[in-house]
Design a protein around this ligand. Sequence first.
Ligand SMILES: [Zn+2]
Length: 249
Amino acid sequence: MAVYHADALVIRSREFGESDRVLTLFSREMGKLQAVAKGVRKPKSRQRAGVQLFTYGDFLIHKGKSLDTVSQCSPKESFGFLWNDLDRSFAATGIAELLDISTEKGQPNPELFALTLTCLFLLEQFDPFLVLCAYALRLMTLMGYRPLLGECAECGAKVNGDRLFFSSDAGGTLCGNCRENYGGRWIRAGSIAFMRQLIQADITKIDRLRWSAWMQQEILETLRLFLEYKFERPLKAWRMGSLNRDDLG
Ligand SMILES: [Zn+2]
């Protein structure tokens, strides 16, 4: 039976059968893949730790006829800090969910792998929603969907004003002439400028950027709508994240 190694992150883990889990892994070399971890829900399983969501490790996998099986996992990082903080775990879940819905199995993307890993590490110190928004914008950029921010997505003209019209459909901001053919929403020019910075700044220094509560809310909402439009799937964790903040006022 063929065996292979995967340097990978657990981005989804769901119960399967009586004591197993099906893991969705995102690996450096092979992109997204799925494998069953057998018996890991038994209390005495030694592999329990290695199959937790967000675990980063070296997985030894047996190739099966229909499903591959994890035969060993050596965790390198488990991101334990995520579990003690609601906002951090929301952001990490948002990252994993977005990575899952935006990728197909068996398509390697080492840059996206590195970005994901970096962002999970940054969640320990940085504002988690800042990391989530920077991640989303950079993922879109890597996939060739970078939104146009400050120029018209249709005709390329510069767009000005305190509020700019952003259309998920068009893939960015729109000028007055091109606006009427598209649906979209008005957002403040400051939020557009901030999103540009989130793409351009050194990712390990984004904590130097300052945003206000309204900007955070506006950017999260705009990005969520844009991502859901592009990938045609709901982002459940993102929606829960914004509910949580609304509750806090
Ligand atoms: Zn235009």
